[in-house]
Design a protein. Structure first.
Lengths: 526, 304
């Protein structure tokens, strides 16, 4: 009888032992071809199967993964040395042929979305079984970091099964191998026993897409999933009270910021018709900065799920300058600055005023533009900003619209003041895109929509982008940031969004600042 | 036979019309590259990507290419995943179909008897109670019903799973969520038609013959009340196949409505179009089948 019971219970016990680790994401991978879609969730899922020559650690350092090391031969030529004995999931050894092929594919495939990282690469070839020579069109001091988007795939296998076949059953060198999936919905994985690195803590993993936040939390609390990303602040107490899971947070790299029209003396589109744009003067920009009570935003609107930003770059970024701090919140001083600049209230209605081109004066009205579906609580933050500005005498209103309308409008310059976000691990990319003045070729200042321009800053950024020595590069970034953020008050930083996950008790896991979520970084508590 | 041919042509025309309209409307939503291309690509690289998707060609050329492919049965390739749009939809079609059938099953199993009950006991407390519940069922938003069911049955009681599709237990909550409105709709429909039929002469005759009330209601009256009901069920089926968006989204159901919603968010136009063409086709076919079903239920239609 007892034996029978044991026989009956054995499969149950085995089933329990092999219960997969289930992670719920807000989205799902739409392709398992690692060069075709540059979007966080898709990459997160792919990272289980594929690896890259270099990758970021959670604290922002670039470390070799499939690479042993990399050497610069001349500014346009690099030599990449590979780890030996790395195997693909089909048992074949990864060689320089595969790596060269993969880098070149990410750089040149007509539908590759990785060109923002490796698009400068024009040639990659195997010198011997474990060495690759990489050639770039223009110097790229950050090439090692940029190789974090060049996932290595087996050349022979891809050529055998074709792109469609590869997407159906992808093979990489990662800690997990592909088992099955439904595009955009779930992905089943199994630990690869031939993996070159340490074996992950969980043999089986299931990644699922649960788009609705309330359902994600419900699935976590009912035990269907072990980790649920992007728990909403309003659900924090429910998770904490449940006793089965808790909320874990890390300050992210995405900064929410405010930009002010930096180029039009008159005709700025968020001000009354004909009014002078006061924001060409850094003192006026500083007044707006000092009118914003960021601690209140973090506490009341973000429910603590954000960290007040001292500056544009986050502490884990290369070139973070610890000397740059927030300007203090001081609405009285802010109003005083604007009054001293000649925008005081002369008719006694309480609103500050702006001079017009024809010599008159109009109330200082200001439209705050923001998206309403892009960042956590974006429309509410914009509303809070407007309220704070009204407190210092600016007649502020909010125009919050869907991102599909918002971003094209901002790019076209239909704003005076807007709120948006920016997230990149790469400081040089941030500086080139947002702080360098716009140039017609589109190479610089692509997201410098407010047209901030300081030749000194431009020079420092260009120099940093060509400096191979990390320390010198950091010093240049720090200097450029000091000028831009403190002297020029180019952008007003608000906060870094926290990266949030609900995690089942008994699991060791801290969210990564770059928002990637990997099952192989989850451990069991002892 | 000619009737069949005409109906069939009408069906094709409807699908073509819908495909054209949606194709044109999608153009109004602006440049898909704003959403499709990653932020870190340069303008030249975005232009390359635009060319790869054929988006640098003029509108009428793109439309003609699209129609030509459509006639060949090629619904295009997804811009985000690189897979054929039809295959993506086909992978998810069974999940949606099973969910919709579950919901209709719930709705018929509960709505039909409740409707009969309400009609037979018209103007009693039973009738009033059921009508009150049906107002709730029709006006409660799907979103709210779904979340409530999850909170009660998954989180508090822990009886049923909240997300995804697996075994039969996964079908109950989304199926119920989707059926609430239909239960109420079917109840009201059956009640009013049956009340109407029950006042007809032939029912009085049947009663006068001394037939049992059960036989009168179920065999004589209900059969006639079922004709508009079948139409309604058919229409609801077509509507649900393309209208289970909120339910699929809340319950992370791996169906094609959620795929289409996601395609809308990511500007994956080939998938949006394929979804529209496919569901318009389903709708047309269901209407067609419903017409045929009339003949089965009501012999008068068959002989006419």
């Amino acid at each position: 009888m007892r034996r029978w019971l044991a026989v009956l219970l054995l499969p149950l016990a085995l089933g329990y032992a092999q219960k997969p680790l289930v992670i719920a994401y807000q989205g799902g991978a739409v392709t398992l071809d690692p060069h075709m879609r540059n979007e966080t969730t898709t990459l997160s899922w792919q990272h289980h199967i594929f690896e890259t020559p270099f990758f970021y650690t959670p604290d922002g350092k670039v470390v070799p993964v499939l690479a042993e090391k990399i050497e610069m031969v001349d500014p346009n030529t690099w030599r990449l040395y590979l780890k030996k004995g790395v195997r693909f999931h089909d048992g074949s050894e990864m060689t320089a042929e595969d790596v060269a092929f993969s880098i070149l594919r990410a750089a040149t495939h007509k539908k590759s979305q990785m060109k923002g990282y490796v698009g400068k690469v024009v040639a990659a070839e195997a010198l011997d079984r474990y060495t690759v020579r990489i050639q770039t069109k223009v110097p790229d001091p950050l090439l090692p970091a940029h190789l974090d988007h060049a996932a290595v795939i087996p050349k022979a296998y891809l050529e055998k099964v074709g792109e469609e076949g590869f997407n159906k059953h992808p093979i990489g060198t990662g800690p997990y191998k592909f088992v099955s999936w439904l595009n955009g919905d779930h992905l089943n994985l199994e630990a690869f026993d031939g993996y070159w690195g340490p074996q992950p803590a969980f043999k089986k993993v299931k990644l699922v897409n649960i788009p609705n936040g309330a359902t994600r939390v419900a699935a976590l609390l009912s035990g269907e999933v072990d980790i649920a990303e992007k728990v909403l602040p309003q659900d924090f107490p429910r998770v904490e009270r449940s006793g089965v899971a808790d909320v874990r947070q890390t300050p992210g790299v995405r900064v929410i910021y405010v930009a002010l029209d930096y180029w039009r003396a008159y005709g700025s589109e968020g001000l009354p018709k004909g009014a002078k744009n006061p924001f060409l003067d850094p003192r006026a920009r500083k007044a707006i900065y000092m009118a914003i009570d960021e601690d209140a935003i973090v506490k009341r609107i973000m429910g603590g799920a954000a960290t007040a930003a001292q500056q544009f770059l986050a502490p884990i970024h290369e070139g973070y300058n610890p000397e740059i701090r927030r300007f203090p919140y001081d609405p009285k001083a802010a109003r005083k600055i604007l009054e001293d600049l000649g925008y005081g209230d002369t008719d006694g209605d309480g609103w500050l005023e702006l001079p017009t081109k024809d010599g008159g004066r109009v109330p200082f009205a200001l439209r705050v533009d923001a998206p309403n579906d892009r960042y956590l609580n974006d429309a509410q933050i914009a509303q809070a900003l407007a309220n704070m500005l009204r407190r210092i005498g600016i007649k502020a209103s909010v125009n919050a619209v869907p991102k599909k309308v918002f971003f094209p409008n901002m790019t076209k310059g239909h704003f005076t003041m807007y709120m948006a976000g920016w997230g990149s691990m790469d400081s040089i990319n941030t500086l080139l895109s947002l702080f360098h003045s716009k140039d017609p070729s589109g190479l610089y200042g692509r997201f410098n929509r407010m047209r901030y321009k300081n030749p000194e800053v431009d020079r420092l950024i260009e120099q940093a982008a060509q400096t191979f020595d990390r320390q010198k590069r950091e010093a240049l970034i720090q200097k450029a940031m000091y000028i831009a953020m403190v002297q020029d008050v180019a952008y007003i930083p608000l906060h870094y969004e926290n990266v949030i996950a609900g995690v089942r008790k008994g699991l060791v896991f801290v969210p990564r600042p770059d928002e990637y979520l990997h099952a192989y970084e989850v451990k069991k508590a002892r | 036979m000619r009737y069949f041919a005409v109906r069939f042509l009408q069906m094709l025309f409807a699908v073509w019309g819908v495909a054209t309209l949606v194709f044109l409307f999608l153009q109004l939503t602006g440049d898909p590259m704003e959403v499709l291309a990653p932020e870190d690509m340069s303008e030249a690289q975005v232009a390359e990507l635009r060319h790869a998707y054929g988006l640098d060609r003029p509108l009428h050329v793109r439309y003609l290419i699209y129609m030509e492919n459509l006639l060949k049965g090629d619904l295009g390739v997804s811009w985000t995943s690189g897979e054929p749009a039809l295959r993506l939809l086909a992978q998810r079609f069974p999940a949606t179909l099973k969910l919709v059938l579950t919901a209709l099953l719930f709705a018929i199993a509960l709505g039909l008897p409740a409707g009969v009950w309400a009609a037979v006991r018209s103007d009693t407390w039973v009738d009033r109670g059921l009508r009150f519940l049906s107002v709730l069922g029709i006006s409660a938003p799907t979103f709210w019903i779904g979340i409530m069911l999850i909170l009660i049955f998954s989180v508090t009681l822990g009886w049923l799973p909240s997300a995804g599709a697996g075994n039969w237990r996964h079908y109950i909550l989304p199926g119920l969520t989707l059926s609430f409105y239909r239960i109420a709709l079917f109840l009201r429909m059956i009640r009013s038609t049956l009340l109407d039929v029950l006042t007809q002469d032939y029912v009085r005759t049947a009663r006068a013959k001394g037939l049992a009330e059960r036989v009168v209601v179920y065999k004589h009256a209900l059969r006639n009340a079922l004709i508009p009901f079948v139409t309604l069920v058919g229409l609801q089926f077509g509507q649900l196949m393309a209208g289970a968006v909120v339910t699929e989204w809340i319950f992370a159901w791996p169906g094609m409505n959620r795929l289409a919603l996601n395609a809308l968010f990511t500007e994956d136009r080939p998938v949006i179009l394929a979804f529209v063409v496919l569901t318009a086709g389903i709708f047309a076919v269901v209407n067609f089948v419903v017409d045929l079903l009339y003949g089965w239920i009501d012999p008068r239609v068959r002989y006419a």
